[in-house]
Design a protein around this ligand. Structure first.
Ligand code: HEC
Length: 177
């Protein structure tokens, strides 16, 4: 019986390696689409993004050897797939960046997630303790997200104002109330 179970475990362990993985790939990063070219984060924020977020939230993932062996490959592949889908820092301008409002939303969520230790995912920091953020780093990160949100809010207001002034074709008439 013991031998039978052992053989089963071995067959499963080998068999699972043949499941399709597919996620362990890094699409080409286009510099023009990155968060860096969109909002030029200051060096200390850049360092946080690189160290604690980009392994999941970018197309520049560094895949560890164990990420190619099932069942870890399936779990890690899924995390990176979902992380890229929600916020891909390599595709910022063609994803969140398509609207200032969604950029603001993501930045606000990122600050909240960092403050509450939801991000980086605890199951990730367990294996990568260097990705953990100190209290000062969390604060600095949120100061930056707040600054960027303010700048984006101003952009939204300016866009709305200029849209209004172009639709208001007759400058001699005062706007109706
Ligand atoms: C181990 C991979 C991993 C790392 C590292 C990681 N994330 Fe995530 N993140 C995810 C996954 C998976 C999701 C989507 C599913 C979910 O919400 O759990 C996500 C979702 C998010 C979201 C959107 C969800 C929401 O709250 O609305 C934000 C914002 C976010 N992460 C920010 C960050 C930031 C900022 C960092 C770095 C400080 C980071 N993440 C590091 C895996 C990761």
């Amino acid at each position: 019986m013991k031998n039978f179970l052992l053989v089963c475990a071995m067959v499963l362990g080998v068999g699972i390696q043949f499941l399709p993985v597919g996620g362990q790939l890094n699409p080409q990063v286009e510099r023009a689409h990155t968060i860096e070219s969109r909002m030029e984060p200051p060096a200390h924020v850049q360092q946080i993004l690189n160290r604690s977020c980009k392994n999941c939230h970018s197309d520049a993932t560094v895949w560890p050897w164990y990420s190619r062996i099932a069942p870890m490959s399936l779990l890690i592949g899924k995390d990176v797939f979902n992380a890229r889908k929600t916020m891909n820092l390599s595709k910022w301008s063609v994803q969140a960046g398509l609207s200032e409002r969604s950029e603001m939303g993501l930045l606000t969520a990122a600050c909240a997630d960092v403050q509450t230790d939801r991000m980086p995912l605890p199951r990730y920091t367990m294996l990568h303790p260097e990705a953990k953020l100190s209290a000062e780093e969390k604060k600095a990160f949120c100061t930056w997200t707040a600054q960027e949100s303010k700048r984006l809010a101003k952009q939204i207001r300016e866009k709305a104002a200029s849209a209004h002034s172009t639709t208001n074709v007759d400058p001699t008439k005062s706007p109706s109330l």
